[in-house]
Design a protein around this ligand. Sequence first.
Ligand SMILES: *Cc1c(COP(=O)(O)O)cnc(C)c1O
Length: 373
Amino acid sequence: MGPNPPRIAGATRPKDHPMSRFWSDIVRDLSPYVPGEQPRQPGLVKLNTNENPYPPSPEVRAAIEAELGDSAASLRLYPDPQGTVLRETIAAREGLSPEQVFVGNGSDEVLAFAFQGLLAHRKPLRFPDVSYSFYPSWCRLYEIDYETVALRDGFVLAVDDYAGDAPVILPNPNAPTGRALSRDEIVRLLDANPGSPVVVDEAYVEFGAESAAPLIAAHPNLLVVRTLSKSHALAGMRVGYALGDRELIEALVRIKDSFNSYPLDRLALAAATAALRDEAWFAKQRDAVVASRERLSRELADLGFDVLPSKANFVFARHAGHDGAALARALRERAVIVRHFSAARIDQWLRITVGTPEQCAALVAALREIVGG
Ligand SMILES: *Cc1c(COP(=O)(O)O)cnc(C)c1O
């Protein structure tokens, strides 16, 4: 994108690239999301994709083994297309009914269904200019017009900038900044857009922000989307879910059943159900990540970094004396990988996943070498 990206970016075309004459028009116009690197090289301190540094509950392994049995015979059979047991488990945890819960193959799939089933409207969709970079990719895929709303100074999200009764999606806490909105601010956002769907992407909410889920009863326009990838250490299983009024959930079910009736396999259903039932394990790992986050934020500040206040399992930081891309390269040379985005407003910043205390110590030692101090 040039220095002045158009406000309705959905109406522009991506950069020129080689293309096959067999491609559809849609494929030609896509601008796919680029996920963080999954390196094959062993031994790296991997702090680039916000995975949980701890293993999932031991109950997960037991549940997968029980599902497989001696001969894996259950794999002959299709899984439950509705994921009923998992949905009941989530509903009980949230004080909702199973009809208010949708499960999918990672929250990326759940979000994609929400874009197609709920956020494609006559009015352009609105989301922050600094936000989850998958959102513009789905807009392109589903030909949804969108407007980005600039975050204020310090990457502060002002909910009053979203008044006007149009569809909205935003992460809370925001990614990649880690800044969180309060539940009261979400109420203001919902009340300012009463006739439009509002999707709150709570991928990181379990690390200390206030969830919007308790607002579902009073707000039929609210869809809350969550993932087990980060909070429950199950990124490799691909399980996400949505909570909302049953009419919103029904929209997602209708998309799913027009796309893939069985998005979650038997092992993923068993693993996710077991992980969610082990609240004690979850709470212990979460508290460890939060403690590491607070310590890491202080240590980065001591090295001269500006660090945003984070409610997620990552921190967003920059050093006034060192270019962001150069810092990421220097870290990689020291076997530490973090995420750097080249988008204009954030190209001096690093998004650093909170690791174990040992991983954080390795990061801080590498940074001390690079920036001195
Ligand atoms: C990681 C992430 C997701 C996707 O999570 P999956 O369930 O692993 O697909 C969605 N939204 C945001 C903001 C994320 O950071």
